[in-house]
Design a protein around this ligand. Structure first.
Ligand code: HEM
Length: 259
């Protein structure tokens, strides 16, 4: 029905002779992109690089633990800065969650496709261009997802923490890492993060066409350097607590004043 009163009828072709895209054709194109293996790799690359940006910022923020007598104040100010605008914080949290969900879903689907493409399995696995990091991406990825869940229960919600005080991350970290097993779990997870970043950052450069597979790599050196700095930067906090270099402090002065 195209009587001018409801359904506007078929969309007239544009100047190129093709009909302009409708919401339906856009959805189809998006689905086709997601359904292709290249589309999934691009989604993994983009969401992975967003994750790298987050962990670099987070690691730098955590280094304020080493600010000496003012560390509890510095970490408190940092926690409050993150909460300057709750709508913005929730938007960032939702964006990060979407990145993790898309990244993990694409990884699992690509792994399942690879397995389905060789249902017999190899008689003998001979690693060639692969590296230790690339072969352990899936296992390391599963460890990292487990870490993120434990970490949020521990340091954000405080429900898995023995002595949690809202907005006092300095002391939350010190008391949290006085549990040697938890400190060891964090260090292990950060080693997995380093290995994951070495391969992942490099693979995403290639997927996004920033580097060709054969080229010998300044970018690879940068990926390795970033991975090592991020992993060691994160590990430094639990290690410093375990060896006694970081001790509990009085709560941030602003918190004491408001009591
Ligand atoms: C030794 C390593 C790490 C330490 C010491 C650490 C420390 C912390 C602390 C203290 C908080 C609470 C901040 C606050 O509530 O103000 C936090 C929150 C968080 N951390 Fe970490 N973190 C580490 C590694 C990581 C890694 C590797 C990731 C991600 C892959 C991560 C993801 C998060 C997330 C998503 C939050 C919640 C932020 C929010 O409230 O929305 N952390 N971390």
């Amino acid at each position: 029905m195209a009587d001018g009163a409801g359904d506007p009828g078929p969309v007239p072709p544009g100047p190129t002779g093709r009909s302009p895209p409708t919401a339906q054709t856009r959805m189809n194109a998006l689905w086709k992109f997601w359904d292709s293996s290249l589309g999934k790799k691009i989604v993994m690359a983009v969401t992975g690089l967003a994750g790298v940006g987050f962990v670099v910022g987070h690691m730098v923020g955590n280094l304020q633990m080493f600010a000496g007598a003012g560390a509890a104040d510095a970490m408190h100010a940092y926690a409050k800065l993150l909460r300057t605008s709750m709508p913005l914080l929730w938007a960032v949290r939702a964006g990060l969650l979407a990145c993790v969900v898309l990244h993990v879903t694409a990884a699992l689907q690509l792994a399942a496709r690879n397995r389905a493409a060789r249902p017999q399995g190899y008689q003998q696995v001979t690693p060639q261009a692969s590296t230790f990091a690339s072969r352990t991406m899936l296992l390391g990825g599963i460890l990292l997802v487990t870490f993120i869940v434990v970490h949020i229960l521990d340091m954000t919600l405080g429900v898995a923490h023995p002595n949690f005080t809202h907005l006092d991350p300095y002391n939350n970290l010190v008391f949290g890492f006085q549990r040697p097993l938890m400190a060891a779990f964090y260090v292990l997870a950060m080693a997995a993060l380093g290995a994951h970043l070495v391969h992942g950052a490099w693979a995403s450069f290639r997927t996004l066409g920033l580097r060709k597979a054969s080229e010998r790599p300044l970018h690879r050196t940068i990926a390795v350097a970033v991975a090592i700095i991020v992993a060691l930067g994160f590990m430094s906090v639990p290690i410093a607590v375990v060896i006694g270099a970081l001790q509990p402090q009085g709560a941030a002065s602003e918190m004491q004043a408001s009591r």
